[in-house]
Design a protein around this ligand. Structure first.
Ligand code: ADP
Ligand code: ZN
Ligand code: ZN
Length: 728
């Protein structure tokens, strides 16, 4: 009987492809990597199903699988099901889902083997009457101290290069050579776990009592309340049961600090997975996890797809963070995928945040999640005092009010650290001619060019276009150019002028591009080398800087007037996270928020009520407008070389979706995107809203083949965004 493999291939088509399996290729199973002919090329794909025979006429036409790359399927049934669920839920081509979920080296067909290192150990029974030279004795003594083989690298580091002596001892049968897998190092000088306070231990107990099946716990704990400590203790308990733990964190820059805290308390093999690793390291980390050599995996968004056969618990820190949502190709939300993963594996999942997303908040209110709260800072530190400063008042320099300047001065005099946030990198966001009002804008986007003084450039933050900074207006040649608005670079410079003797550190995407740069800056801060830190929101998340006593937010107003439905939620979360950076140590902290809208109700609410009240108020609004998490959204986006192409395509899509006069899903648009032109493309979108998620999915499934084969679809690039986090 002939077997036919249905294969997911790396191509943007929304379909799989059938190939004939050679009868002798018995190893081919679901989840196998296979090489197949595709057009004029040979490419690697993943087997998603196997059927026995079809119409003989079909067989004729099928091409054959060339060979199978692995003796056993490379993807477990669990991971296979997760990837397929993701493809289905997000209506994204399955072939491309494999591209997102798996490391490049797996997709490109590298052997599925862990790297090994040369290692040496003593042959114990061979401690005979042989006489040894000095170097030989040294080696024997060194190896004797360990029960396990010692890597050649460590040996050389301790004793110097000694290859010939090693070979000599090998020949005498005194020592033996091993090919050891490079496993993650385990810390030997462990620090005992902290004694939990009563809120923490109640939280751990509650989660632990529900450990044997799928359930969701939401830990809402104020910044510094000891959530991480709770994660560590839960992980310790899971490890004691020989189960693996997957921990997602929102920001690569937090990895080092996070891993160090787990390492110092737990005798565990910890593997890190994130996108700043090179492909080799990432592949190896993946294999360590897959082969059970990792006890704990700590990673950012994409780590949710790490193969872990013995997974017992998933933890998502800062679950509200928007970095968990991928904003291109497969637009998945790692929290959502993780929830499905926990459900499929029937294990508990823990979501933690000081400022839970409205999604999770809503589910906790409706009893789908268990809400556990931590209301006190674990170290006994009190939450900082928050003050509003009218930014229209007197200024010390551009962007910095006199009030805040004086406060900075006072803290510096006490040798404390100060943290200033401004959510714009570069020097200034606008370059303008005073004579003719010309403004520097990107030729490819509907956006202004940002002045970057350091590089002497104008840069577009949306498409990366850049050009040298100009001295004269290109329209009228006037030399009277001025800049408006303030970015991190400018604040850094002003502070250096205001406080010439004080070291200032800037942390934004421009200063942290190089691998390891962020970690280096963070350790500089922790060691107290820098006194004033200026940064974008990448500094707001999770960091534990003990000497920061003053936090200033310089441009807090942006979120107040945004057209996006989530803007207020995001602003509240950001301000509370930022606030949480102050006064974490023994000294208490203060927070100054500069706003030109100090009377805005949002600030009054934030100042006088906790996040729970704000979230409840926002949720009530969402209920009123039937927006998420009460209703569900989907955005279908298109971009083309002319706006009419995008609009035409989306109009046809809308026509298809409205065909059966269905009214469960409201189809709105198409309309041009808020930023209509970006990177040379004209963008438009269609918004779908519903109270019935299931029908939305059915509708999309039903019409997808027709949408994909629309003639107008070939003239645009289009995508589907399920549960979009912004509608821009
Ligand atoms: P979060 O993750 O909620 O921001 P952390 O776990 O980082 O909080 O805890 C904040 C600080 O309190 C850390 O310095 C941590 O070591 C300390 N801490 C946490 N729990 C305890 C505890 N039970 N006893 C003493 N210190 C604690
Ligand atoms: Zn001009
Ligand atoms: Zn641009």
């Amino acid at each position: 009987m002939s077997r036919i493999a249905e294969i997911a291939l790396p191509c943007p088509l929304r379909q799989t492809f059938d190939y004939l399996i050679n009868p002798s290729s018995l190893e081919i199973k679901i989840g196998s990597r296979v090489k197949v002919p595709f057009g004029s090329r040979e490419i690697i794909g993943f087997v998603v199903s196997i059927t026995e025979e079809k119409d003989p006429a079909d067989l004729e036409r099928l091409k054959k699988v060339i060979y199978c790359l692995d003796p056993a399927p490379i993807i477990s049934k669990a991971l296979f099901e997760l990837i397929h669920w993701t493809s289905h839920y997000y209506h994204h081509p399955i072939g491309d889902c494999y591209q997102v979920a798996l490391p490049k080296k797996i997709r490109s067909g590298e052997p599925n083997t862990l790297k090994t290192v040369n290692a040496w150990s003593l042959v114990k029974q061979k401690k005979t009457a042989l006489r040894f030279g000095k170097k030989q004795q040294e080696i024997i003594h060194f190896l004797d101290q360990s029960d396990q083989a010692i890597s050649q690298k460590d040996l050389y580091e301790q004793l110097g290069s000694c290859r010939s002596t090693l070979l000599n001892l090998l020949e005498k049968g005194v020592i033996e050579q091993h090919e050891d897998i490079k496993k993650p190092a385990i810390e030997t000088n462990l620090i005992p776990l902290k004694i939990l306070n009563s809120e923490q231990s109640h939280t751990v107990k509650d989660i632990w009592n529900n450990k044997s099946s799928f359930n969701v716990s939401l830990i809402q704990g104020i910044t510094g309340s000891g959530k991480t400590e709770v994660y560590i203790q839960l992980t310790a308990e899971m490890l004691a049961e020989n189960r693996q733990v997957l921990i997602l964190i929102p920001e690569i820059g937090l990895t080092e600090q996070f891993v160090a805290r787990f390492k110092q308390h737990l005798s565990a093999k910890i593997v890190v997975i994130n996108s700043s690793m090179n492909e080799t390291d990432r592949h190896q980390a993946w294999l360590l996890a897959q082969s059970g050599h990792a006890d704990i995996v700590i990673g950012t968004r994409s780590a949710v797809f790490t193969p872990l056969d013995n997974l017992g618990l998933i933890i998502i820190d800062e679950e509200h963070d928007s970095s968990y949502k991928q904003q291109d190709s497969l637009r998945y939300h790692a929290r959502n995928v993780a929830l499905m993963r926990a459900k499929q594996a029937d294990i508990p999942i823990v979501l933690g945040s000081a400022t839970p997303s409205l999604e999770s908040f809503y589910r906790a209110q409706s009893q789908q999640y268990r809400l556990l709260t931590l209301t006190q800072r674990a170290t006994g530190a009190v939450l900082p005092e928050v003050m509003l400063v009218d930014s229209r008042g007197p200024k010390a320099v551009n962007g910095l009010s006199t009030v805040l300047y004086k406060a900075i001065e006072a803290e510096l005099a006490k040798d404390n650290q100060v943290l200033l946030f401004i959510n714009k990198r570069g020097y200034a966001p606008v370059l303008m001619c005073h004579d003719c009002q010309w403004q520097a804008s990107c030729p490819d986007c509907d956006a202004k060019m940002i002045i970057h003084q350091g590089r002497y450039q104008l840069r577009c933050h949306h498409c990366g276009f850049n050009q040298a900074l100009i001295k004269n207006c290109p329209e009228c040649e006037s030399a009277d150019l001025g800049h408006y608005g303030v970015g991190t670079e400018q604040i850094e410079q002003s502070l250096q002028t205001l406080f010439p003797a004080v070291p200032v550190l800037r942390i934004d995407r421009d200063t942290t591009q190089k691998v390891g740069a962020f970690a280096k800056l963070v350790s500089e801060i922790q060691q107290g080398g820098a006194k004033i830190l200026v940064g974008t929101q990448m500094l707001a998340k999770g960091h534990d800087f003990h000497d920061v006593t003053l936090v200033g937010v310089l441009d807090a107003d942006q979120g107040l007037f945004s057209a996006d439905f989530r803007a207020t939620e995001v602003l509240a979360q950001l301000i509370i996270q930022v606030t949480g950076r102050a006064g974490r140590g023994e000294k208490s902290g203060r927070v100054y928020i500069q706003s030109s809208q100090t009377e805005h109700p949002f600030w009054q609410q934030l100042l006088h009520h906790g996040y729970s009240e704000i979230a409840a108020a926002l949720l009530a609004e969402r209920k009123g407008s039937l927006m998420p998490p009460v209703g569900s959204l989907c955005v279908i986006r298109a971009r083309g070389k002319a706006q009419v192409l995008s609009l035409d395509f989306l109009t046809e899509v809308a026509g298809l979706l409205n065909q059966g006069h269905q009214n469960a899903v409201l189809v709105l648009g198409p309309v041009p995107a808020m930023m209509e032109k970006r990177a040379g493309y004209f963008r438009a979108q269609l918004l779908l809203t519903t109270q019935n998620r299931k029908i939305l999915h059915q509708l999309l499934d039903h019409h997808m083949p027709a949408i994909s084969s629309l003639k107008s679809s070939r003239k645009v690039k289009w995508s589907i965004d399920i549960d979009p986090i912004d509608l821009m």
